[in-house]
Design a protein around this ligand. Structure first.
Ligand code: DX5
Ligand code: ZN
Length: 221
């Protein structure tokens, strides 16, 4: 499936939180398609970040799509709060949701796009039954919890497998890849089938984020 251009989603986790508004402006100027917001609870992942309150602050600064990645146990408790705070897309972890179908329908019922993420050790095949219901799949290419980790090479094969699966079951679904994305590996992940690249370190810590964004967004397959 030809993609017109790659979607870029800077991950706010690597931004300067003392200058959050300015960081969002940099992302906007760079043509960010989504602002990726990493929510961590210290239980599902070994780190704690922020909740709906910060999402609300981000939403007040931008009209860009807010893509919220919930790395929390039992996310159903908080999904409504995150949508009300301004999230346009909510992604939950397959590993954190015993009733994933119900959770996905709940996200959609609130008017948000529904995504499911899987950890590096979770096979893509576990998504087969839910795939027709999804707007996006977020493949983790690092173990979730921290920015600045190294891309796990076996993720490339998982993108390919997922790409084949979605062509049969849900061609309109977006494949996003999250963790360790750099200017160097961006082309390989796009060629494998990824449509959206989450970039924390590679974007916010770049000498020239605008240049990095232009290179990533120009990738096609
Ligand atoms: C990791 C988060 C990622 C992270 C990516 O748990 O889900 O979104 O911010 O950061 P980089 O691009 O630095 O790997
Ligand atoms: Zn993320």
């Amino acid at each position: 499936m030809p993609v017109p251009s790659t979607l870029l989603a800077p991950s706010i986790l690597s931004a300067d939180f003392t200058r959050l508004k300015q960081s969002i402006e940099i992302a906007e100027k760079a043509g960010a398609d989504w602002i990726h917001c990493d929510v961590m609870d210290g239980v599902f992942v070994p780190n704690i970040t922020f909740g709906p309150f910060i999402i609300q602050a981000i939403a007040a600064c931008t009209t860009t799509t807010i893509d919220t990645h919930l790395m929390i146990t039992d996310p159903d408790r908080f999904i409504e709060d995150f949508v009300k705070a301004g999230s346009h897309q909510i992604t939950v972890h397959q590993e954190a949701c015993p009733h994933l179908h119900r959770t996905v329908q709940f996200i959609k019922s609130l008017g948000a796009k529904a995504g499911v993420s899987i950890n590096p050790a979770t096979p893509v095949s576990t998504l087969e039954s839910i795939l027709p219901d999804l707007d996006l799949v977020l493949l983790m290419s690092v173990n979730p919890g921290f920015g600045g980790q190294k891309f796990i090479p076996s993720s490339i094969g998982k993108i390919r497998t997922l790409h084949e699966m979605r062509m049969k079951l849900n061609p309109g679904m977006v494949i996003a890849i999250d963790g360790g994305i750099t200017e160097e590996n961006a082309e390989e992940v796009v060629l494998a089938g990824a449509d959206a690249l989450i970039a924390g370190t590679a974007f916010f810590k770049a000498a020239n984020p605008l240049q990095t964004a232009t290179k990533i967004k120009a990738l096609t397959r």
